[in-house]
Design a protein. Structure first.
Length: 388
């Protein structure tokens, strides 16, 4: 269609955690972190680290496309940098993408995603964000009944649940892609890296603050800029799902903005949870918090059966593993024996006779349904090749 462009390619990203010696160090943008012979990662900005301190440094691959790097495998720059005590990548890579081909563009247009204001258009817009490889928006249109996804993720009535795979480094693209197309409130099931539960939590409407007589908010890990949600002992949101941004935080007090806290009776164990939130600002200046979750990987086990009399290569099992681990999946997508066999169609080194799949490596089926907010993942160690 005229005016429609191909989705551009994106470079994979990793976060390196660098710890300095007592002398401190500076990591320049030319510091090369090799990933075998596949590619090199370079810091996007130069970073100075104080004595014996640590810093997280965002690095970008020098090769376009998805490059899967597991956590903990990047441990040394190509040349020694004075003052560096250690370096590692605590988490796997944020996968890039290859540029959309003309054929893929045509298929996307034929699928109807050119209508940008519908749910399909919203998902397409989210998947077009650099750093995101997959996205799903689950919509609960019921005014009274919660929607429960596979695995137990619960979406309240009249709420939307955004799940993405990857990371939006802009801090705003997810909110803009969703809020400019959809009007329904968002909901987040998962948690951030900080959760605080205590019976000494209380609320003050005068200064919009949360107070505690329990352990320190600062020690617990809350920092200004976090978005937090308040729930009661049963996990139900207080004050009609209050979620606010921390303006300031001290040991016994944090002040929120972008929400209104009414005085609440102290609960037996109220909980404050950091959430993934991006703010969307309307044309009139109103700020709307858009919540979302990052899809978690869920292992899928696969057994492939072959005819022992048809083997023509000593390393055919490695070839099967390479094919299956490179298969692409969507968030919450069912994994079936038929899809496994389709990927192995016309396999040249032996005759494939069947396949089964499992979520626990014990109960085997022709189809398994991962959690609704998880990404099916097939690892080499979860593949069994057997005579059958």
């Amino acid at each position: 269609m005229t005016g429609t462009q191909q989705i551009p390619g994106a470079y994979s990203l990793v976060v390196l955690q660098v710890t300095a010696t007592s002398a401190g160090c500076t990591i320049p943008t030319t510091a090369k972190m090799p990933y075998g012979t596949v590619c090199n990662f370079y810091p996007k900005t130069a970073t100075t680290i104080g004595p014996s301190a640590s810093a997280n440094i965002l690095c970008q691959a020098d090769t376009l496309g998805p490059i899967a790097v597991s956590a903990g495998v990047l441990t040394a720059f190509s040349t020694t940098i004075a003052g560096v005590a250690s370096v590692t990548n605590p988490a796997g890579a944020i996968l890039g993408r290859n540029q959309e081909t003309i054929q893929q563009l045509q298929q996307r247009l034929l699928a109807g995603n050119v209508i940008q204001t519908n749910l399909g258009g919203t998902i397409a817009a989210l998947e077009g964000i650099q750093g995101l490889t997959s996205a799903v928006v689950q919509l609960n249109i019921s005014p009274t009944t919660s929607l429960v996804l596979s695995g137990g993720a619960t979406i309240p009535p009249l709420s939307a649940y955004i799940i993405v795979e990857g990371s939006d480094i802009t801090g705003s693209a997810i909110a803009n892609a969703y809020a400019t197309r959809m009007l329904i409130n968002t909901w987040s099931v998962g948690t951030g890296n900080v959760t605080y539960t205590n019976s000494g939590i209380s609320f003050a409407s005068a200064d919009n603050s949360i107070n505690t007589t329990g352990p320190s908010f600062v020690t617990a890990g809350f920092v200004a800029g976090n978005w937090v949600q308040i729930t009661d002992a049963a996990g139900s949101p207080l004050n009609n799902n209050v979620i606010g941004k921390i303006f300031s935080v001290a040991a016994a007090k944090m002040v929120l903005t972008n929400c209104t806290i009414a005085t609440e009776a102290a609960g037996a164990s109220d909980t404050l949870t950091v959430k993934n939130v991006q703010p969307y600002v309307t044309a009139s200046g109103q700020l709307i918090p858009i919540q979302y979750d990052i899809a978690t990987p869920q292992n899928v086990y696969v057994t492939v059966y072959y005819d022992a009399n048809s083997v023509s290569s000593v390393n055919f099992t490695g070839s099967i593993a390479l094919i299956l681990t490179s298969m692409g999946w969507s968030i919450g997508q069912p994994v079936t024996s038929a899809l496994i066999l389709a990927a192995l169609a016309n396999f040249p080194y032996c005759r494939i006779t069947g396949a089964q799949v499992s979520l626990d490596n014990t109960n085997w089926h022709n189809e398994v349904l991962p959690n609704g907010n998880s990404m099916p993942t097939i690892l080499t160690g979860n593949i069994t090749v057997a005579v059958g």
